[in-house]
Ligand binder design. Structure first.
Ligand code: ADP
Length: 289
């Protein structure tokens, strides 16, 4: 039957019907509320209600650590300060349907890997978005982990003297490379900018904006090198609004050329662009239900 796929990110919540064929229909998107659990519940109600009588199951890709039906934010700042949320119970109180949850980076990795499985056994998906997330495919299998933690590569170390990350550790890749970090790097400027604006300024040749993007792409290129050498990965896939922004992938690729050959991993843009999370969650749910 048909499923409802949800993708809960730090900036947006996307929803779509996933047909049996795997095609998405009726895609909708709202801004993620930046408040308490009641506001997130209300937003989910708004998103789910129009679809609930049209589908047989709900598949969710969500930011945060997803385990035992609960969402626990590794970096609560990504959800407006929300640290814990009973995601499964909340969704099932809105629509009494079978519901499968997966981390958003893991879900996107699973969708993207479907197109690579003839070519490689080991791959990494990286989203550079509100935060930095990811998903690892090892020996053709998606790593979820017993606690749902596998693939949270945004919380590997980039710079021990870097910004304090919202997770409590200093200098995580996320604190240097994410869209939030790119915006935050302009907070001391006369006119603080959004990540998209920093990209525009960099394109116009503005050196400080250029430096911020260089720093972000360097953190991603170095993290990819670490992941390659740790796991012998064969392919990386880049997604998220920052990862997919014009010129970002080229920056990462060009920074890889500074590294010894063995650390370099081929990187490509997410084929499904903004839909990888939705599609991956639906695939995962269909396999389980
Ligand atoms: P989510 O984190 O909800 O999955 P996105 O993948 O859209 O959502 O990532 C949101 C982040 O991307 C924000 O930090 C935002 O400022 C940044 N962003 C959005 N659009 C662009 C763009 N066109 N270019 C660069 N950065 C962008």
């Amino acid at each position: 039957g048909k499923g409802l796929a949800l993708d809960i990110g730090g900036t947006k919540i996307a929803a779509a019907i996933v047909m049996e064929s795997g095609v998405l229909a009726n895609r909708q998107q709202i801004a993620t509320p930046r408040g308490d659990a009641r506001q997130l519940s209300a937003a989910l109600e708004t998103v789910i209600a129009p679809y609930r009588h049209q589908v047989d199951f709900i598949a969710v890709a969500s930011t945060g650590i997803i385990s035992k039906g609960l969402l626990t934010a590794l970096n609560p700042a990504n959800l407006g300060g929300l640290a814990d949320f009973p995601l499964q119970d909340c969704i099932q109180s809105i629509a009494d349907l079978p519901c499968v949850l997966l981390n958003d980076g893991q879900a996107a990795a699973w969708a993207e890997y479907q197109l690579l499985k003839e070519q490689c056994d080991n791959a990494l998906y990286v989203t550079v978005s509100t935060g930095v997330g990811g998903g690892i495919i090892l020996n053709k299998k998606l790593l979820v982990g017993n606690g749902g933690l596998a693939g949270h590569i945004g919380h590997t170390l980039s710079d021990p003297l870097g910004p304090l990350c919202g997770c409590g550790r200093r200098g995580c890749v996320e604190s240097v490379a994410s869209g939030t970090a790119i915006g935050a790097a302009t907070h001391g400027w006369a006119q603080p900018l959004s990540a998209a604006h920093v990209f525009t300024m960099a394109r116009e040749g503005h050196t400080p904006a250029e430096n911020i993007l260089h720093r972000s792409a360097t953190a991603i290129a170095q993290m990819l090198a670490d992941m390659r050498i740790a796991l012998d990965l064969e392919q990386a896939i880049l997604g998220g609004s920052v990862g997919l922004a014009e010129g970002y992938l080229e920056r990462v690729t060009s920074l890889q050329t500074d590294l010894p050959d063995i650390y370099r991993i081929p990187v490509q843009a997410a084929y499904h662009q903004q839909d990888s999370g939705l599609l991956g969650a639906a695939l995962w749910a269909r396999a389980i239900l």
